[in-house]
Every structure is written in C-alpha cells, then in structure tokens.
Design a binder for this molecule. Structure first.
Ligand SMILES: CC1(C)CO[C@@H](CC(=O)O)CN1
Length: 430
C-alpha cells in the first residue's frame, strides 16, 4: 500500500550572513536524516516523512514570511524545524496558534527558555546559559569567590549574564563589577582594572573578542595574576585571525601573550565518544558523510571546515527526535482510534500528544545524548579547555544536569604552578 506522507516545514539559514557560518550545513544534515529515517524499517511503518525546506537567511522577517508560505499552502505541515535564535523566536511565538510544535536545531538564546511565550518549542541546540553551571564549578574548583563580568551589549549575552548573576549569588560568589560595551571595550577594560578584577568572565562574539584581547594586552590585564573565561566556539586560532582587516593594533605575538592561560567553556555538539548512535553511525561516520554531502552540494570544503559546521549534528538529531516522537504519537493515537495524518492546525489534541512524546524523548544521537528539559531546552555536556602556548588543551567535560565531571584530566597549567588569586592578599605584617 502507498505510504502516508507526513509533511514537515523546514526553515534554514541557507544564504545571507546574518547568522552563524555553521548554519549552511544544517539543511544537508537534515535531508540526510530524512533519507535515513525513511529507509529505516523499525520507524514510522506505513509513513514517509517529507521535508519542505525554505531559506530564512537567518533573518526573522524572512523566517516569518516562509513560515506563512508553509502554513497557507497545502499540504498541511505537522511540525516545523527552524534555526537561528531570531528566526526561532519569531516562528515559535507564532506557531503555537497553528498548534505546531517547533524544533529548533540552531538557537542559543536564553530568552527561548520560556514556556509562557514558547508553549510548543523544543531545541536540540543548548541555551547559552548551559555554560554557567560550568563557570560556577570552575570558580569553586579554583577557589575564586570574587569575579568580574565583561560583556558585549547583545541580547544573548545580556540574558546569559542575568542567569550567571543568579547562580553566582546562590553560590556566594561576589561579582565585583559587570562591564558592558557595544563595540569598543577600552573603557570597560579600564574599569575592570580600576576594580582590581582578577577573574573575568567574558561574553562576546569573536570579532569583539579580538578587540578585548588587544585591550587586555595594552592595559596589562593578563599574566600570572589574571584568569579570563572566554566562549569556546570561536575558531581555534581566533586570536591571530583577521588582525589587519579588523584594525586590531596588536601583533600576533602580543595577542598570543594576552590569550595565554585563558579558559573556555562550550556546549558539546558532537557525541563525546565514538560509539554507535541510534542511526547506526558513529559521529565520525556522520562527519565523513556530511563532508561528502557538502561537497555534492557545492560547498568549498577545506580540511578544517567540517569542524566549522559544528551544529550539523544538532540538525540531524532534531529529525531523529521528531521521528521518535511521531512513532510514539502514532501508537498513543491508535489507542484512541485516531491517526497522526488527521492533524490539522486547529487540532489541539494531536499537538498535545506530540508535545508529550517529545518531552519524554531521549536517545544517543551524533550530537550525544539527546533529551529536553521541561522548558524544551537541550540537555548537554559542556567542554572546558585552556589555551597554553597558543593551543587549546582539553581540561575535561562537565555534566550540568547531574553537576558532575565527565571526566576531568587535571591538565590545567598556571604560571609558576600557582592558581591565580581572585583578589589582592593584604600582607599581614607579623
Ligand atoms: C554556538 C552557536 C554559534 C551560537 O549561536 C547559534 C545561532 C543562534 O543562536 O542564532 C549557533 N551556534
């Protein structure tokens, strides 16, 4: 018998430079997952999934336009996939009116962790706040209870800092100052110096990070008395890239000196070990297939780029989450004599079944263990690295859900082997 089609709306950042460069690999990764699932005999028997891809250019206005095209044109879509925080915010806030679940594979904004605004949102991309429990863990591990914050004035960093401040308060870690800047960090760095900040958490995009690093060098806020936390998803040699083009007036050597010893935190987006995942692939199998897929799609791949498309596993696993949830929903509906293909935009009952199924979905994907919190956030491990002599050393992983190390390698290095202090220790004259 002919298989029944389930139609999925896909909104991807294909063109446009508004978003992150990794986004372009998400549509090919999702297409790969649709093929794998439609071939899989153990899933969705009697059904076939059909993706309707569209380009949002990572721009919320375009995202809204393609969403309405998807909704006002046959066939009825049963779910939406979307990427980019701005597009997901727009799409997810509206989609609940059509009883559509929205699965976001590329949205890090903490604002999306809000069930009042986003009743039907789930995301395989962790919120930017996933770094914060790890930052607190590191402060406690190294005995720092007096820290400072330097951030770029962007929504994602503002809401991340709000979460970090709450966690610092709960952990009795004093935030001696919180400095923010739009594009020029000079004054903000000067204020850090005035407050004798020693342990600083930095939250900014990579172009701003290079300006901060040069300012750190010029104002001597680096070396054995200081520790900086940076974001870990910049390119590995971000501190020496594009210095001329961006008008950075520090040499590569100076940037490298200022960067020495800094710590980074980032969400783990590729399965930590090389075990076989639900699709039968290991993460390396996936990387190889993605590489081939991107070449076939005319991407100019060089050796490094597959790492550069770090979010591709999140798009691939989002489709597996969707398929597993549909599988569960079909069984549940059958008990009530209902069918998934009877979904319509006014059908709240089927939306609730899909929502409940996603809420309890958990599997090992190419992006690692994939499961969602009650706010629909991706539960993820974080990775900690330290820059030593211009290269990142892996220090370990942290499980923010169970608040434990997985594992820690004890490879951190400090100048003269001494962990920097978080304040000036008054010499007590005996
Ligand atoms: C880690 C990063 C680069 C954070 O931004 C995400 C895009 C977004 O949140 O709009 C993609 N992944």
């Amino acid at each position: 018998a002919k298989k029944k089609e389930l139609h999925i709306g896909g909104i991807f950042p294909i063109n446009g430079t508004g978003g992150w460069q990794g986004g372009q690999a998400c549509e090919p990764a999702a297409q790969m997952a649709f093929r794998d699932i439609n071939k899989n005999k153990d899933l969705l028997a009697g059904y076939t999934l059909t993706l309707h891809p569209n380009d949002s250019e990572c721009e919320p206005g375009r995202g809204a336009a393609v969403m309405y095209e998807l909704l006002y044109n046959e066939p009825v879509k049963v779910m939406l996939l979307a990427g980019c925080s701005t597009v997901c915010t727009t799409v997810a806030e509206a989609a609940k009116k059509w009883n559509l679940i929205v699965l976001c594979y590329g949205a890090s904004s903490p604002a999306l962790s809000n069930r009042q605004r986003f009743e039907t949102l789930f995301r395989t991309h962790p919120s930017a706040t996933v770094h914060n429990p790890t930052r607190i863990f590191l402060m406690q591990k190294f005995g720092w209870s007096r820290v400072a914050i330097l951030q770029q004035a962007e929504e994602v960093f503002i809401s991340t800092v709000e979460d970090l401040e709450e966690r610092c308060k709960a952990a009795k870690i004093e935030i001696v100052t919180r400095q923010s800047f739009l594009t020029d960090p000079t004054e903000a760095v000067r204020n850090l110096k005035r407050q004798d900040a020693r342990i600083v958490v930095g939250l900014f995009y990579v172009v701003a990070a290079r300006r901060v690093l040069c300012e750190i060098y010029r104002q001597q806020l680096y070396g054995k008395k200081y520790v900086w936390f940076f974001i870990g998803w910049y390119e590995d040699n971000w501190y020496e890239m594009q210095l001329e083009q961006e008008g950075i007036n520090c040499t590569r050597e100076q940037m490298k000196m200022a960067a020495e010893g800094h710590l980074t935190t980032e969400a783990v987006m590729w399965n930590q070990d090389n075990g076989t995942t639900i699709s039968g692939m290991t993460k390396e199998d996936f990387r190889t297939r993605l590489h081939e897929e991107l070449k076939k799609n005319g991407f100019n791949i060089d050796e490094r780029l597959p790492e550069g498309y770090q979010e591709a596993p999140l798009a691939y696993d989002a489709v597996w989450a969707l398929a597993l949830a549909f599988n569960k929903t079909i069984e549940k509906l059958a008990e009530k004599g209902k069918k998934l293909e009877d979904f319509s935009y006014t059908n709240r009952g089927i939306r609730d079944e899909i929502y409940n199924a996603l809420n309890t979905t958990s599997f090992l994907g190419v992006s690692g263990r994939t499961a969602f919190s009650e706010k629909g956030d991706r539960i993820a491990l974080t990775q900690v690295e330290q820059m030593v002599n211009g290269k990142y050393n892996l220090l370990g992983y942290y499980d923010t859900e169970n608040l434990k190390l997985k594992p820690w390698h004890n490879k951190e290095q400090w100048i003269n082997g001494k962990v920097p202090q978080d304040r000036t220790i008054e010499k007590t004259v005996l």
